[in-house]
Design a binder for this molecule. Structure first.
Ligand code: DX5
Ligand code: ZN
Length: 215
């Protein structure tokens, strides 16, 4: 069964409490929280302050996806805000191994995200140090974009790398996940489905989460 991680980027910010209550009572496993800095990505979202509020609203895993430059300057703040998983982009880290060690030493699970153009082979030497790989299936920055089909090939490659090394690293797919493409994403070897628009723009978000979970 896939882990379902609705992205709060698509929630209703005029009534976040209602969306949190919906998620808490749903079969969602994680809260996926997208932090954007307007520098690494062309959009600005929210930071640790809002994550502190999400943390208070839930006992589910808070999966924080940092789309920011210099993530090492903020890792401790996100830990204090309540992040369980902290994911940094390989494209923003000159010393990725150091970033991973920092995240783990703060007591969080460490994730590495890769953009659509970044080959998964670049993860080979850190794979045994991390808990999660976030494969971007859209260019990061916005919800509601179309899934890039080449991602399926990357999932298969990464699945093989992880299995060949006998590791227990989760593969998370982020961007453009729908009820239609989720079966092929799971069949390719993904463990975690992030879903923003598919969940929050659907007529019945709870039922949509249930459908994703049962795939
Ligand atoms: C994109 C974010 C995603 C986004 C996914 O930069 O990292 O998590 O919220 O949204 P959907 O599922 O609508 O593509
Ligand atoms: Zn994300």
């Amino acid at each position: 069964m896939p882990i379902i991680a609705p992205s709060l980027l698509s929630a209703n910010y005029l009534n976040l409490e209602a969306d949190c209550n919906m998620l808490n009572e749903s079969e969602a496993d994680w809260y996926h929280l997208d932090v954007m800095d307007g520098s690494f990505v062309p959009n600005i979202s929210f930071g640790p302050m809002l994550i502190e509020f999400f943390r208070k609203a839930t006992k589910k895993v808070c999966d924080v996806h940092l789309m920011i430059v210099n993530p090492e300057n903020y890792a401790e703040q996100f830990k204090n805000a309540g992040a369980d998983n902290l994911t940094v982009h390989i494209e923003t880290c000159n010393h990725l191994h150091r970033n991973i060690q920092q995240i783990k030493s703060l007591g969080m699970k460490a994730g590495v995200a890769v953009n659509p153009h970044t080959p998964v082979s670049g993860l080979s030497d850190v794979l045994h140090d991390i808990d999660l790989v976030c494969l971007m299936s859209v260019n990061p920055g916005f919800g509601g974009q179309k899934f890039i089909p080449q991602t399926l090939e990357k999932i298969k490659q990464l699945r093989k790398m992880i299995d060949d090394k006998g590791l227990n690293v989760l593969i998370e797919i982020d961007g453009g996940v729908t009820l239609d493409n989720a079966p092929s994403i799971i069949a390719a070897g993904a463990d975690v489905l992030v879903a923003g628009n598919t969940v929050f723009k659907s007529a019945d978000p709870t039922a949509t989460i249930k459908k994703l979970k049962s795939l």
